[in-house]
Write a protein that binds this ligand. Structure first.
Ligand SMILES: Cc1ncc(COP(=O)(O)O)c(C=O)c1O
Length: 414
């Protein structure tokens, strides 16, 4: 059988589609190593949004005129693309939200407040972004349920066996975890956790904000019940995210936000809710943003998620190797084969903010702080780290510039 090699991703070529790289910062070309916070935007996505505004813009669902139909088709077409992207069994299981945070709040409030009570246990992990931590902590407290964390081991990976200990303390009703950690890049065994959650009769919530932009994610293969992500981290615009949920769970849930076309019938005595997905989409939809997200998906599919994932793996191997030679560096997280394109580190004697500022003077953009993961920072025993994160437009030369900048920072301040 003939084996056709997948074409490798040419990041230099990919960069040509991103207008941001035409600029210089402090007189230097931009080395953007902060894609985990938000990605840059390709021209194809920007053009799709402009084209929608110029040719098809009207409010969706409510109009009977042709222009409103065009806008509705564009919105629903984008929903179909999201649905195919994550291999959802049906498009009506895809809810448009503002971002992953709103998607996760939707589940915590709309599912959690009706399904949790005293004696129940809500399980998150020590690796969670606050967006998949705080809503669960809050809703657990509101419902009188217990709140527990799956701990991290020394190597920056989750001790999934801790679920067996936690389930002795009460009925685990929900397990919420990320698929890829935004701080350490750790890839979590969601399939295994989902299977365990279902054995226990619990629902599995997956925060895929750092996964969907970078690798092929299949909700059916993962076996989760809910999956959340944001458009802005995957070459799409800000202001749009998605929640996929199993239809039977979404149908049984109360709405999260109220008003607009999420209703079926409004009477003085009572209001009834519309069908999926509208029941969870109160108010005017992010129409142009959905079109932008659809175009971003087309763009990423055109390059190929397998090629993107492989490219980032090569970058992370290279980065870990080169960074290890920086004097006084502490690198956090698992080995490259079990992590995505994210590297967190500290340089002894130099505050992460100072590191980031020195790098900025050389046009290198990295993040410094707690990365919305304060429980993880507590575990690591630090207030903050530096974080470099990669995407399909990242080239190895940017990692070289990062390493040079770290040597400089160490020499100046360390
Ligand atoms: C793992 C993870 N979850 C959730 C979020 C929240 O995403 P957003 O700010 O788009 O809601 C982020 C953002 O950094 C993230 O990295």
């Amino acid at each position: 059988m003939a084996v056709t090699a997948k074409p490798a991703l040419d990041a230099h070529k990919v960069r040509a589609d991103f207008p941001i790289f035409e600029q210089t910062f402090h007189g230097k070309p931009l080395a953007f190593l902060d894609s985990a916070a938000s990605s840059q935007k390709p021209r194809q996505m920007l053009d799709a949004m402009t084209h929608f505004y110029e040719t098809s813009y009207a409010n969706v669902h409510r109009g009977v005129y042709r222009l409103a139909e065009l806008a509705t088709e564009a919105l629903e077409g984008a929903r179909d693309k999201v649905s195919r992207l994550v291999n959802a069994p049906a498009s009506r299981e895809v809810i448009f939200t503002r971002n992953a945070t709103e998607s996760l709040n939707l589940v915590a409030y709309a599912w959690g407040l009706s399904n949790l009570g005293p004696g129940d246990v809500v399980v998150v992990t020590e690796l969670e972004h606050h967006s998949n931590y705080v809503p669960w902590q809050y809703v657990a407290a509101r419902a009188g349920a217990e709140f527990r964390m799956i701990p991290l081991d020394e190597g920056g990976e989750l001790r999934l066996d801790a679920v067996d200990e936690i389930c002795r303390e009460g009925r685990i009703k929900v397990i919420a975890t990320n698929l890829v950690s935004n701080s350490l890049g750790t890839i979590t065994g969601v399939e295994k956790l989902a299977a365990r959650a279902h054995e226990l009769g619990a629902v599995m919530v997956c925060d895929a904000a750092q996964a969907v932009p970078h690798k092929r994610v299949d909700v059916q293969a993962l076996g989760c019940d809910f999956l959340a992500f944001s458009g802005h981290k995957m070459c799409g615009p800000s202001g749009i995210g998605a929640l996929w949920g199993r239809a039977e769970l979404l149908e049984a849930m109360e709405p999260f936000l109220l008003g607009g076309h999420m209703i079926r019938r409004v009477r003085f005595e009572e209001t009834t809710w519309g069908d999926l997905p509208h029941k969870f989409e109160a108010g005017t939809s992010p129409m142009a943003e959905a079109v932008g997200l659809g175009a971003a998906i087309d763009f990423l599919e055109g390059i190929g998620f397998e090629a993107i994932e492989e490219h980032e793996r090569e970058l992370v191997v290279y980065a870990l190797e080169r960074l290890a030679a920086v004097p006084g560096i502490t690198l956090y997280g698992p080995p490259p084969e079990r992590r995505a394109g994210i590297v967190s580190f500290n340089v002894e004697g130099v505050h992460p903010h100072d590191v980031a500022q020195i790098l900025d003077l050389d046009g290198v953009a990295i993040r410094a702080g707690h990365h919305c993961c304060q429980p993880l920072m507590t575990k690591l025993g630090v207030a903050a780290t530096n974080r470099a994160s990669f995407y399909l437009y990242t080239v190895p030369e940017e990692i070289d510039r990062l390493v040079e900048g770290l040597h400089k920072a160490k020499k100046l301040l360390g």
